[in-house]
Design a protein around this ligand. Structure first.
Ligand code: ATP
Length: 374
């Protein structure tokens, strides 16, 4: 169906009262290159204000681009109007017409943009309503529907137009946790069945990991890394990605480095067996919570909180000033205020350059180090 190629995309805004910054220009999207493959479900994820909605709106044609190009199957569309691009958007706030019934909301786009007869429109509306499980709601207005039902109508309205591309901007944010996770699966199944190239924006990394074929992590208007979920988790390109992906977040500890030895400001020391830190004097050591073991006989951290999740425990503690967290078996349950030791395997460690944030070592590096030594 459609491959999207974004090259050198820049979007700047004039600063104004609502978007106050120093200087008079806001760079919302800063030189982004991104290929979204045919039929792919690509998630744009990043913190609030990082530019993901702006990027989506540029793809939709709702924002003009300041520089760069957007192509659909090779055809330059960056200066085409939204109505000429054959994309359908789904928004967080549903954006349904409040005075129209569900039936009218679903059929409205077809009425405007096609020459289909009213019978044909009615047939298509009924078939989409069946697909979305909202046949019983066709005569109601949006005000009479729950949030989940409204979002189903909004999705149905997007699907009925048979677009080349779906663009979804935080479509599930207004739903409660249970419904959100149900709708996630539903959207994935629909997208799979329809095979329509989809770009999905969220600030929620769990949602991104659960839904994306690939994920593009954005920060400060720039693309940090694009990859399948496992790749971002195990092989993050930089400290930002390592920190953003994963819940609870990775533990990041600033350490002075010398050869194979690392020492934190609080005096916690760690020595590598196989790995050598290169020519850097300070590094950020990263350990995922599930890779951090707790030793009841040790004395590295003070336990501040123990969260018992039923199938596992999250044990929070302080290493000097730094809060760290371990994800452990339920059998590991120190008391608040206890002092315990921490340990981790060399191959589970990540290292980042404190200046640039670039990755110096990941789990994959460790594997290649071991392999070359064999
Ligand atoms: P959120 O998750 O909060 O929606 P986002 O990642 O989608 O955030 P954008 O809405 O794309 O971020 O905003 C990116 C930057 O551009 C922000 O600094 C924002 O203040 C700015 N911005 C967005 N729209 C405008 C506008 N119309 N005029 C000026 N600045 C804008």
């Amino acid at each position: 169906m459609t491959q999207i190629n974004i090259e050198g995309l820049v979007k700047t805004y004039e600063a104004n009262e609502d978007h106050d910054v120093e200087g008079n220009e806001i760079v919302a999207v800063d030189d982004v290159d991104l290929e979204i493959r045919d039929e792919e479900f690509l998630v744009l994820v990043g913190p609030s204000g990082c530019g993901k909605t702006t990027m989506l709106r540029c793809i939709a044609g709702l924002e003009s681009v300041s520089d760069g190009s957007i192509r659909f199957d090779g055809e330059e569309v960056s200066h085409q109007r939204a109505s000429d691009r054959n994309v359908a958007m789904v928004f967080q706030n549903y954006a349904l017409y409040p005075h129209m019934t569900v039936r009218e909301n679903l059929g409205f786009g077809l009425k405007l943009s096609t020459t289909l007869s009213s019978d044909e429109i009615e047939r298509q509306v009924t078939s989409i309503a069946e697909m979305m499980g909202i046949e019983d709601l066709l005569s109601k207005t949006p005000g009479e529907l729950s949030g989940g039902q409204q979002q189903r109508v909004a999705l149905g309205r997007a699907i009925v137009r048979e677009p080349e591309v779906f663009l979804m901007d935080e479509p599930l944010s207004n739903l409660d946790a249970k419904l959100r996770s149900e709708m996630r699966t539903e959207i994935q199944e629909l997208q799979n069945d329809l095979g329509v190239t989809t770009v999905y924006v969220t600030h929620d990394q769990t949602e991104a990991m659960a839904m994306g074929d690939r994920i593009a992590v954005v920060n400060d208007g720039t693309l940090q890394q694009v990859g399948i979920p496992e790749e971002l988790y195990r092989n993050p390109a930089n400290e930002f990605v390592a920190d953003f992906i994963g819940s609870p977040s990775i533990n990041l500890i600033t350490m002075d480095a010398s050869g194979d030895r690392l020492v934190s400001q609080s005096g916690f020391a760690y020595a590598f067996d196989d790995y050598r830190v290169g020519d850097v004097s300070t590094v950020r050591l990263g350990v995922r919570p599930e890779d951090l073991q707790i030793d009841p006989t040790g004395n590295d951290i003070e336990v501040t909180v123990v969260e018992k999740m039923g199938n596992e425990n999250f044990i929070y503690g302080t290493l000097g000033e730094k809060e760290i967290v371990a994800r452990t078996d339920v059998a590991v349950r120190p008391e608040t205020g206890d002092r315990v030791g921490i340990s981790f395997e060399e191959e589970s460690v990540y290292l980042f350059d404190v200046q640039t944030g670039d990755s110096l070592k990941t789990k994959t590096d460790q594997l290649s180090v071991t392999q070359t030594q064999v």
